[in-house]
Ligand binder design. Structure first.
Ligand code: DGL
Length: 262
C-alpha cells in the first residue's frame, strides 16, 4: 500500500495546500501537522523554525509518510539549510519553487509584488530565486505580519480583513502580479482581488504545487491508492483549526492533539 503524504504548516494556512493535493489525488492519505503552539512562524528566527521543521518531519516520517510537503512559506524559506538532516523522504517539496517557476514563464509580467511574513520577506527568497531566473523582473517585497494571525483568528470576509488588507496593499507600488507568499493568504484571495479590482494577477502555491507533483511519473503521488483516513495533528488544539479543517475536508475529520512539543 502506498505511504501517506505528510503536510505541515504553523496552522490552518497549509490546509489550502493539503486540500488542493486531496482534490487532485483523492486516493492518497494525508497526514497533516498544524504547529499551532508555535504560530506565527513568521516572527520566529530561521534557527527556531528549522528546529520545528526537523521535529515535525521526523514525526511525519514515523507516521509512515514517504513525501513531505512544507506547506508554509516561512518554513520553506529556511528549508535548504536543513534538508540534508531530514529523514529520507522520497521527496520534499516547498511552496516557493512552483510559484517562482510559474511566474518566470509568463512574458507579460515585469513588475511583481511579493507579500509574506517577516521571515519570508527578510529571507529575500522570492526575489533571489525570481531574479536568478530572469533579471529583467522588478520585484517589490512587503511584509504583512498581521495577516496570518488575523486569518487564523477567523477575520477573513469582513471589514477588519478588508481594512488591514487596504492598509498594507496601499504601500505596494503598482505591479502586474502579486504573489500571495504565505499559505494563509489564499483564504483572503477574494478580498485581495477586490482591492485590485481584478486588475492584478494573483499567484498562490496550492494548485501550482499540485501541478509540480506530476502525473504518472516514477514518483507520482497518484500511482498507488491508499485507503486510510486523513489524519490531522495539532500541537495545540484551536477551534479555528478544527473549523477550517472541517470546511476543507468535511465534517468528520480525525483531529488529534500531538504531544510532540509538550
Ligand atoms: N502559512 C505560513 C506561511 O506560509 C505561516 C504563517 C505564520 O505562521 O506566520 O508563511
Amino acid at each position: 500500500m502506498a505511504k501517506a503524504i505528510g503536510v505541515f504548516d504553523s496552522g490552518i494556512g497549509g490546509l489550502t495546500v493539503a486540500s488542493a493535493i486531496k482534490r487532485q489525488f483523492p486516493n492518497r492519505k494525508i497526514i497533516y501537522f498544524g504547529d499551532t503552539v508555535h504560530l506565527p512562524y513568521g516572527d520566529k528566527s530561521a534557527g527556531q523554525i528549522q528546529k520545528y521543521i526537523k521535529a515535525i518531519s521526523a514525526f511525519l516520517f514515523a507516521q509512515n509518510c514517504d513525501q513531505l510537503v512544507v506547506a508554509c512559506n516561512s518554513a520553506s524559506s529556511v528549508l535548504n539549510e536543513v534538508k540534508s538532516n531530514l529523514p529520507p523522504f522520497k521527496r520534499i517539496l516547498n511552496v516557493i519553487d512552483p510559484v517562482v517557476d510559474s511566474i518566470v514563464n509568463q512574458t507579460d509580467i515585469r513588475r511583481i509584488g511579493i507579500i509574506g511574513t517577516k521571515r519570508t520577506i527578510d529571507s529575500n527568497v522570492y526575489s533571489d530565486r525570481l531574479l536568478s531566473q530572469n533579471d529583467q523582473l522588478e520585484v517589490f517585497q512587503l511584509s504583512t505580519p498581521l495577516l496570518a494571525p488575523m486569518i487564523e483568528e477567523g477575520f477573513v470576509h469582513d471589514k477588519i480583513a478588508a481594512s488591514v488588507i487596504h492598509e498594507y496593499l496601499s504601500e505596494m507600488p503598482e505591479v502586474d502580479a502579486l504573489v500571495l507568499g504565505c499559505t494563509h493568504y489564499p483564504l483572503i484571495r477574494k478580498e485581495i482581488d477586490a482591492f485590485y479590482k481584478g486588475a492584478v494577477k494573483l499567484f498562490e502555491a496550492p494548485d501550482l504545487i499540485v501541478e509540480s507533483m506530476g502525473g504518472r511519473s516514477e514518483d507520482s503521488v497518484s500511482e498507488e491508492p491508499n485507503t486510510g483516513d486523513d489524519h490531522f495533528y495539532v500541537s495545540d488544539y484551536t477551534t479555528s483549526f478544527e473549523q477550517t479543517a472541517q470546511q476543507f475536508f468535511g465534517a468528520k475529520i480525525k483531529l488529534e492533539k500531538s504531544n510532540l512539543f509538550d
